[in-house]
Design a binder for this molecule. Structure first.
Ligand SMILES: Cc1cc2nc3c(=O)[nH]c(=O)nc-3n(C[C@H](O)[C@H](O)[C@H](O)COP(=O)(O)O)c2cc1C
Length: 348
């Protein structure tokens, strides 16, 4: 009996298996209006056909300035809603569930004229990089603007619910805005959002909870550790995650790094290298977790579930390599697979 191919329920979300498509920016909004287009349609619906239990659509910005690039998705306007609705409905036809990762890039906004962040601290540039590689120095948000940004997350979440998403993931990882507020190296504010590094994320969670259905699970992606010199460690991320859980996060998607170029501590980048972080979140917080990072070997993904390290595994690059990763993994692990009728002669 494969555990990877057993169903999983959290609140009102029931998944047919434990496979999550990790959020992956496509930088493909050629019209720069934040609206998903044919590329996104083909990309996401293919992975639904390919046997994925839960698709988490890529980092989607709450404001135009919060995009990494102008080619990113957005949810800053009601005009976006019907375009996502079409995509959501098509994904659901293939028995997959779908979430969206809501985010703000903060100081990592590459195309913004003036990126904004908790403080005016730019992302560090490595010695071997030239000045032209450097990201712009951000402007510190005023306290009033921080509160407005919380509202923008709330409004984007409300639009996601209207578009029919089954769940929402807040992007609190990889050095983007929520992570920036959590990071002692990036946030040197003197107001309440600097004195309490969990406050910004916590307020977003509480605000989002007021606009999503009570039985919809809320996901939060976090970087368990930072790799910059002087970066935070697991004790810090878990202390903050406890606050986030109390505020209403139901599932943590446990990643690491992304805040700047790694210093002495480097990400291992070996198969399953972030699983110990997921296991620790699960143990210390007593919450369901999604493990991620080089888990595309089906037996490793299976072992992550059977060993009790995580409830769900998410696959990113493995699904770029193979949109039918789920079907192929099922065939490998169970010898039994039910592809769509049209593909039976190829995959069964
Ligand atoms: C092309 C690409 C785009 C990505 N975009 C995002 C993103 O939008 N949000 C996010 O949280 N992580 C993003 N990531 C990170 C992945 O979600 C994942 O955490 C990482 O690739 C490790 O998983 P893997 O080993 O299965 O690829 C991206 C990764 C890739 C390869």
């Amino acid at each position: 009996m494969s555990q990877l191919f057993s169903p999983y329920t959290v609140k009102n979300l029931t998944l047919k298996n434990r496979i999550v498509m990790a959020p992956m920016c496509q930088y493909s909004v050629t019209k720069e209006d934040g609206i998903p287009n044919d590329w996104h349609f083909v990309h996401y619906v293919s992975r639904a056909i390919g046997g994925t239990g839960l698709i988490i659509m890529e980092m989607t910005s709450v404001t135009p300035e919060g995009r990494i690039t102008d080619n990113d998705l957005g949810l800053w306007s009601d005009e976006h809603i019907p375009h996502y609705e079409r995509l959501v409905q098509a994904i659901k036809k293939h028995d997959a569930k779908v979430g969206i990762q809501i985010a703000h890039a903060g100081r990592k906004a590459e195309d913004a004229v003036q990126p904004v962040a908790p403080s005016d601290i730019p992302v560090e540039v490595l010695q071997e990089e030239t000045k032209s590689d450097a990201l712009k120095t951000p402007r510190a948000l005023t306290t009033e603007e921080v509160k407005e940004t919380v509202q923008q997350f709330k409004e984007a979440a409300e639009r996601a619910v209207k578009a029919g998403f089954d769940t929402i993931e807040l992007h609190g990882a990889h050095g983007y805005l929520i992570h920036q507020f959590m990071s002692p190296s990036i946030n040197n504010r003197t107001d309440e959002y600097g004195k309490d590094l969990a406050l910004f994320g916590e307020e977003i969670i509480k605000a989002v909870k007021t606009v999503i259905p009570a039985d919809m699970p809320l996901l939060m992606r976090m970087s368990a550790v930072e790799y910059i010199d002087g970066g935070y460690d697991l004790d810090h991320s878990i202390a903050i995650a406890k606050r986030f859980k109390a505020a209403g996060v139901d599932v943590f998607h446990v990643s690491s790094g992304g805040e700047g170029p790694p210093g002495k501590r480097k990400p291992l980048n070996t198969p399953g290298y972030q699983v110990p972080f997921a296991r620790e979140f699960k143990k210390q917080l007593d919450v369901p977790v999604i493990a991620v990072g080089k888990l595309s070997n089906p037996e490793l993904a299976e072992a992550t579930i059977t060993n009790g390290d995580a409830e769900l595994v998410s696959i990113a690059r493995g699904m770029l390599h193979d949109p039918y990763w789920g079907l192929h993994a099922e065939k490998e692990l169970t010898r039994k697979v039910s592809p769509p009728l049209q593909y039976e002669r190829g995959i069964r």
